[in-house]
Design a protein around this ligand. Structure first.
Ligand SMILES: [Zn+2]
Length: 177
């Protein structure tokens, strides 16, 4: 998987796809061979917020095939998480709200995901704290001053979006959901 930096919203991505401005994959992320083959697209229903009449779905994701290592590679815009339905933006809003309110039951009244989903996201961000922190501190040493997950992420969200933080973790080799 390769993540396109700086594409922060689905609308921005859809417009860039429409104008054929999506960056082509120059190197295979697996073996480094240049110019992997563009191997078509697949679609995802990443818009889970807008109503049916305003929905941006389907969202097309480029796929590449590398002759060197025989692997395929998807190219995702930064705003879409690899293995979760809701965009990073929605997850960030829910997680931050949970930190403020302290209960998923209170948060689910304000955001679309259910309290079970919100609880799962919060558990993940707390359990993975050390690996996320280590990855982000290589780029932002000052984040190392925060030694507890809630204070850490509240500080990170002041500087970076969750999508950017997760892109940096992915580049650093940390598995991103
Ligand atoms: Zn390769």
């Amino acid at each position: 998987m390769y993540i396109l930096a700086g594409i922060m919203s689905l609308l921005q991505y859809v417009e860039q796809c429409h104008d054929d401005k999506i960056e082509r994959l120059a190197f295979c992320p697996g073996c480094g061979r240049s110019k992997p083959w563009c191997h078509g697209c697949y679609s995802r229903k990443s818009d889970r917020i807008n109503s049916a009449s305003e929905s941006l779905n389907l969202i097309y994701i480029q796929r590449y095939y590398c002759d060197g290592c025989g692997k395929t590679c998807s190219v995702l815009p930064e705003c879409i998480p690899p293995r979760r339905w809701y965009l990073w933006e929605t997850q960030q809003a829910a997680i931050l709200q949970f930190f403020l309110e302290g209960s998923a039951r209170a948060v689910e009244k304000k955001v679309k995901p259910s309290r079970h989903t919100i609880t799962r996201w919060v558990a993940w961000i707390i359990v993975q704290f050390n690996s996320h922190k280590d990855a982000l501190c290589t780029k932002f040493p000052s984040f190392g001053l925060l030694t507890e997950p809630v204070a850490f992420w509240r500080h990170v969200f002041d500087k970076l979006s969750l999508s950017t933080a997760m892109r940096l973790c992915h580049v650093a080799g940390v598995s991103v959901p």
